[in-house]
Write a protein that binds this ligand. Sequence first.
Ligand code: PLP
Length: 425
Amino acid sequence: MDRRKFLTSTAALASVSLAGQTISAKAQRILDHDSEEYWQTIIDQYEVPDHFINLNAGHWGMMSKPVLDAFIEHTKFVNSHNSQYIGHGVVTDPDARNYGKEYGEILAMLAKRLGVGTDEIVITRNATESMQLLISGYNKLKAGDTVLYTDKAYGTMMVEMRNLKALRGTNVVQLKVPHPATYENQIAVFEQGIKENPKTKLILVTHMSNQTGVIVPIKEIQRMARGCGVDVIVDMAHSFGQYDYDFADMDLDFVGFNLHKWIGAALGVGLMYIKKDRIKDIDKKLSFGPDDNEEIRFRALTGTMNMAIVLSIKDALYFLDDIGIKHIDRRFKALRDQWVKEFLDDDRVDILNPEDDRMHAGLTTFRINAIENARELGKTLYRDYRINTTTIGNLSGVRIAPGLHNSLDEMDKLAAAIKEIASKQ
Ligand SMILES: Cc1ncc(COP(=O)(O)O)c(C=O)c1O
């Protein structure tokens, strides 16, 4: 779908919003993008079940209706055009739609957004695939080197890091992140780890922890590690699309993303970034490509992908860009603050990321100190209040991950539910 058509369909949906009043697309666009009036027009573009409040947008994101409609159109198109679309068509019809060309356009949109080259990124099926390719493919390790990660990394990535012992003969060290998190202690934990393990060659850093929502000062960590001769692989599964940051300015080397969480594309798509002059430090897959090749695409051998999912990236980016990442960032913070503010002076409830604006977005975990069993707490929230969340068992926490489809009113309902549960302990 081209941008013009996409905006027309967005407009059609916008025209039913605002509690019965109709509003044109033009009017929608001139509304203050931080106002509740505007956000209601965005909420109206999601089809959400009304028998529960979904506060687990962190597992994967819901497509907005225009993106979902476009994805369905792509699915029909790819299905009906079959291999004609992957190039056979253009042999006889130069104007036929061609996947290679459309893939290139999507790559260019992503590269522009990140401020990197199209030859530094490749589309994968999810963040796990991107991260796995980077961790197991990082070929600068020798037996006896050390690699570090923290207890706030994503479980599968911890396993990948531990697997480097068998794969490369490295020592693997897990660091413990202090709580409460501060800007300084998130850097210090890695700095200290490197100091105590002088053979450290590689660290894994999660930009925004899936366990707590803490955002670490990644630019400073990268700079510190580089100064010590240590490489950094970064997991950006949760920050991309949820939080406004200047990726190019962070000057990172190896990064894994997904595009189906906060970017809002169809489920099953990710992205891998490798800085141009570091591409050879990640193994190419099998014997794919020439021996001396430096092309990132040879580092991800996905085989046939679901092309309709890949095409939906474009629609998802249009949708986000129409709102604006600055407004999205502020919205997620507003949704978080709406419930978190109720507990800042309540010592029955612990909020697991700090108030420092640089260190959180929307996703935030809490615990009720009198309840150790997070699963029970999560169950109570769903059974008694119809609030869908996810639990972080090792922290006795429940993670709240609002999406663009959530309202401030829903966050008030969450706060009221937590207060009621805490008061019963
Ligand atoms: C921090 C982090 N990294 C990686 C992943 C894996 O993402 P994907 O589902 O795209 O494989 C997740 C998923 O929740 C995550 O939270």
